[in-house]
Structure formats: structure tokens, C-alpha cells
Design a protein around this ligand. Structure first.
Ligand code: ADE
Length: 255
């Protein structure tokens, strides 16, 4: 997959993508990142990329032409059709389902704004989709672009090693991930749940599913409402609730 970053600080996103799974995806040629700085397309000695907003008010608005020319240069650098995403708090909230959709595309162009925003006419003419990574305001789209690059990179075929399977991630399947434990079994901070040491794979799978459902119920009931639970899951959630309401909400393994 090819991702082009249109930003006043394209190296910011490249730095975030240099490590771990995303860095490895680049080394394995599963992901190629390219930066385009609108300042390189701004005329004059000052290379101006922003101006005051019509109608008054604070802050500056990014000019159409430097952004337009940077996006067109990015488009022209590869024949594959590019889906253009503008990262903005005004966008639709990014979800794992959207990440999966975008990860399957051959090309993305990510537009990162600074200042008060981008001239609306540029967005209307060039942008296919506006996405937000959450209900808070960052000082620019670069961190949001880095988040999106990370999320799509790890879904590229071959990016994760077997042990890192994406299928077990939170949100895959509409629920949060279950708790995880490693050595030692006994620690001053507590003991690993017995069921995980039992070697009984059916019981372990049941416990993990129950913990996932229970956590989702406790922490993100909005996700659980969206999911039409099957009979077995409803029974697991009932067991979790009963245990929780009895005050036995510690993951103690005798589920
Ligand atoms: N730019 C500034 N804040 C943002 C957010 N929450 N999501 C995406 N892009 C942004």
C-alpha cells in the first residue's frame, strides 16, 4: 500500500512510522510512505501557505493553491487511484471497520491541516472523506495521520508475525480484547487466573470470550449495543454480570 502525506511537517509522520510493526511493514515493502510539503508549492520568498479568514475571527486558514498543487503532485507520482482523506476533528469518527476498509485500498493521500483549518473549497474539490480520531482537538492532523498509518499498516498482509494476529485485537468482532498474563504465575501484584494454566483450550476460549464481553459491557456498552449477540454470548455475559454483581469482579479464573 502507498500512503502520501500532505503536511507542513511530513517528516513528523515519517518519524512515527519508523518503528515497530509499521517500520517493519516498510522494510518488507508492504507500505511505502511519501511526504509532500505544501510550502514547496507556495510562491514567493515567503512561501506563504495561510491567510486570515474571511469574516474575521482568530487564527489562519490554509490557502487553496499550495495544498492543491501538493495533492496533485502526490496523485501524479503513482498511476493508482488515490483515496484522499482529510484528518480533522470535524470528520467522521475513525473505527476499526473504517481502518479495515482503508487498509484494503492500494493508495491513500492523507491531508493534514494546521492553523484554524483548510479553505473549504479545497476540501470540496479534492477530499473524498474527512476523518477524526476522537472528540478532542490536536494542534494539527499529523498525529491523527500517524495513527491512521499505524492502524492500516498492521493490517497489511504479512505485516504482523503469526503471534501478533490481528484477529484477536480489540474491536475485531465488535468487542474489546480480554486480559492477558505472562510469567510469573505468582507475583506480589496477584496470581494468573487458574483457567489459563489449565491447558483446557475450550475453557480458556470460554473464559476469554466472557472477559471480552464483560469488559465491553462495563467499559463500552455502546459497542455491545451495536452487536446482535448470539445465545452462547448472552449466556456468557449473564455469567459475567452475575459474578460482577456478586462483587467477584476480579478475574479469578473459576468461571
Ligand atoms: N486534527 C486536529 N484534531 C484532530 C482530530 N481529533 N482528529 C483528526 N484530525 C485532527
Amino acid at each position: 500500500m502507498r500512503v502520501d502525506i500532505v503536511s507542513l511537517f511530513p517528516e513528523f509522520v515519517a518519524q512515527c512510522a519508523a518503528f515497530g510493526v509499521v517500520g517493519r511493514a516498510q522494510e518488507r515493502a508492504l507500505l511505502s510512505l511519501h511526504g509532500w510539503n505544501p510550502r514547496d508549492y507556495a510562491p514567493g520568498n515567503y512561501r506563504r501557505v495561510d491567510d486570515r479568514p474571511f469574516g474575521g475571527g482568530p487564527g489562519m486558514v490554509m490557502l487553496i493553491d499550495p495544498l492543491h498543487d501538493a495533492i496533485e503532485a502526490a496523485r501524479a507520482a503513482d498511476p493508482a487511484d488515490a483515496h484522499v482523506v482529510y484528518l480533522t476533528p470535524q470528520g467522521t469518527r475513525l473505527t476499526q471497520a473504517k481502518v479495515r476498509e482503508l487498509a484494503a485500498l492500494p493508495r491513500l493521500i492523507l491531508l493534514c491541516g494546521r492553523y484554524e483549518g483548510v479553505d473549504e473549497r479545497l476540501i470540496e474539490a479534492e477530499v473524498d472523506e474527512e476523518l477524526s480520531i476522537g472528540d478532542y482537538v490536536l494542534s494539527g492532523g499529523e498525529l491523527a495521520a500517524a495513527v491512521l498509518v499505524d492502524a492500516v499498516a498492521r493490517l497489511q498482509e504479512g505485516a504482523l508475525n503469526d503471534a501478533e494476529s490481528a484477529l484477536q485485537d480489540s474491536f475485531e468482532g465488535g468487542v474489546l480484547d480480554c486480559p492477558h498474563y505472562t510469567r510469573p504465575v505468582e507475583h506480589a501484584l496477584g496470581k494468573v487466573p487458574d483457567v489459563l494454566l489449565s491447558g483446557n483450550h475450550a475453557q480458556i476460549a470460554r473464559w476469554r470470550r466472557m472477559e471480552s464481553l464483560g469488559r465491553t459491557w462495563l467499559r463500552r456498552p455502546d459497542l455491545l449495543d451495536e452487536q446482535g449477540l448470539g445465545k452462547a454470548d448472552r449466556a456468557l455475559l449473564e455469567d459475567f454480570r452475575a459474578r460482577y454483581l456478586r462483587g467477584l469482579d476480579e478475574p479469578d479464573g473459576d468461571a
